[in-house]
Design a protein around this ligand. Structure first.
Ligand SMILES: [Zn+2]
Length: 302
């Protein structure tokens, strides 16, 4: 009963998810392993995940194995994936992985593959996937096609500076969107020691009426709203899908961002006419959109 199956991997700093997807979109196997550190660790982890997927699905990959990674990806090489210990020098991970796995690999930015997976999940051909994790970045599917850009930087809106007096950013600029609208920004604004994920703690306390937590939530929600507004005004995508680790907040996150967009639209008939708030969605955090999108890479024909 083995039909055409595609393998997809989502390599994150702490964990790697892998899926085997049938040609009708059914997920046949799903695997999660901790990511070993450094480029060698990524190779070893990917090898383990693919072996386990083979065992669990009993299916071999049809076409290339798709792999999503953080950082800028061009021509099978990646740069600036700081969490994977890859800096500004290009790492030719696609060919290294192909050698290591003994199978052709296609490498792509993780937000980009998540955008592909989200488009499939919600049946949209035009969307932005806004990944709110440690950092902030977006993937763009425009008219059914993934927008990569010449240097793989399309959608890297986390590093658009919006506040000249803002916090220094990891990228070397100041006041980037990422300095208010990211998990790292929440951790900076809300040092917590109670063991809860910081975003959960901020939103829970704010809901209980804690004024300081509500203020942090407002700064964060304004930042995410600014990012969503930027995406809708620059490329007018049908919807902006909130994803990434922080989006595990679910509905309270969507409501906070919608509230911020509504407030911004209050004084602007122009913004109000664009229905920005209604175009923001949040994904069920249990859905491995990035790995599923990575599995689609082999069928896209580049
Ligand atoms: Zn930056």
């Amino acid at each position: 009963v083995v039909g055409v199956t595609a393998y997809g991997l989502d390599v994150g700093a702490t964990k790697t998810l892998g899926v085997v997807v049938a040609d009708d979109g059914t997920v046949l196997a799903s695997v999660r392993q901790p990511t070993d550190p450094g480029p060698r660790g990524v190779l070893a982890t990917a090898g383990r995940v693919v072996d386990q997927l083979r065992r669990e699905s009993g299916a071999v990959p049809h076409g290339p194995v798709g792999v999503g990674v953080p950082g800028l990806v061009v021509g099978g090489a990646m740069r600036h994936a700081v969490n994977l210990e890859v800096g500004g020098d290009a790492l030719r991970l696609q060919s290294l992985l192909s050698e290591h796995l003994g199978h052709e690999v296609l490498l792509e930015n993780d937000s980009n593959v998540a955008a592909l997976g989200a488009a499939q999940l919600i049946g949209a051909s035009d969307l932005a996937y806004l990944s709110i994790g440690t950092g902030l970045s977006a993937g763009l599917v425009l008219d059914g096609r993934l927008r990569r850009g010449g240097l793989g930087a399309a959608g890297e809106i986390g590093h658009i500076p919006v506040d000249p007096a803002g916090e220094p950013c990891s990228c070397g600029q100041r006041g980037c969107l990422e300095t208010t609208a990211s998990g790292a920004a929440l951790a900076r604004m809300w040092p917590t020691t109670n063991g809860l994920p910081v975003a959960q703690d901020v939103f829970a306390r704010a809901a209980e009426g804690d004024a300081k937590a509500a203020a942090v939530r407002a700064v964060f929600a304004d930042g995410v709203a600014a990012a969503a507004r930027l995406l809708m005004l620059s490329v007018d995508v049908e919807c902006v899908v909130l994803g990434g680790g922080v989006a595990a907040l679910g509905e309270p996150l969507r409501q906070a961002v919608q509230g911020a967009l509504d407030a911004q639209s209050d004084s602007s008939p122009f913004l109000a006419s664009l229905d920005l708030a209604e175009r923001v969605r949040v994904l069920d955090s249990g859905h491995p959109v990035a790995a599923i999108g990575a599995a689609q890479l082999g069928t896209l024909g580049g």
